[in-house]
Design a protein around this ligand. Structure first.
Ligand code: PGA
Length: 250
């Protein structure tokens, strides 16, 4: 059975004290759930977050990682640094990384390889821009992002991959894809995996939806058969909202 996952991407929000406060709130109020709960604070707060969530069912992820093992890359964070901090999950390819930091499919392929080689779980993000959807090119864009950034991995690597479909036009805009639009794309993605990798891998791979998921739309989106949870931005910054979204997983 593929996993249900609700992941909070805190982006460049929450300093160390705010991270501790939000985690305290999440830990105190986590509901009984079948969902795996993931939070991705900033690099600065990762060790504190790992310590605080020890013994809970909250998993701490990083928001990014460099593709090289080590070296002269000022300001960057390596896979071994994450592992030494007991962070075993990393978000790669978020649209903000692609748009503001020039991350290409080819670069992401390298980051994926480094992550998987070191046993990390990758939450691989992708999704079309508004112009792509308006021109009807959204399926092609998503297919290229997956084929060029991810589909080269060995079949065994898929055990450590979670997909996050995030249409760029829905991120932080308050405009969400309709549950039908999400389902249509998720079914397309699962079918691609089935053809490019195998039907079994397609069946087992969790595909999250991201883009303006809120407490009042989560259950309907998560209720679609090919939507296995969500990657949450803005609404992950308030414990009550994030946990209400977790409750949208049935
Ligand atoms: P949002 O962000 O929920 O604020 O739209 C989602 C994301 O960027 O992962």
């Amino acid at each position: 059975m593929r996993k249900k996952i609700v992941a909070g991407n805190w982006k460049m929000n929450n300093d160390l004290q705010q991270t501790e406060a939000l985690l305290d709130d999440l830990i105190a109020n986590t509901p009984e759930t079948i969902a795996k709960i993931v939070v991705a604070p900033s690099f600065v707060s990762l060790t504190t977050a790992v310590a605080k969530t020890h013994g809970t069912n909250i998993i701490v992820a990083a928001q990014n990682m460099h593709q090289a093992e080590s070296g002269a890359y000022t300001g960057e964070v390596s896979v071994n640094m994450l592992k030494s901090a007991k962070v075993n999950t990393v978000i790669l390819g978020h649209s903000e990384r692609r748009a503001y930091f020039g991350e290409t499919n080819a670069l992401l392929a390298k980051k994926v390889d480094t992550s998987l080689a070191h046993g990390l779980t990758v939450i691989f993000c992708f999704g079309e821009e508004l112009a792509d959807r308006q021109s009807g090119n959204h399926f092609n864009v998503v297919e290229s992002q997956l084929r060029e950034g991810l589909f080269h991995i060995a079949q065994s690597g898929w055990d450590s991959v979670v997909l996050a479909y995030e249409p760029v036009w829905a991120i932080g805009t308050g405009e969400t894809a309709s549950p039908e639009q999400a389902q249509e794309m998720h079914a397309f993605i699962r079918n691609l995996i089935s053809e490019a990798v195998s039907p079994a891998v397609a069946e087992e791979t969790s595909i999250l939806y991201g883009g303006s998921v809120k407490p009042d739309n989560a259950a309907e989106i998560f209720g679609k058969p090919d939507v296995d949870g969500g990657l949450i931005g803005g609404a992950a910054l308030k414990a009550a909202d994030f946990l209400a979204i977790v409750n949208g997983i049935q």
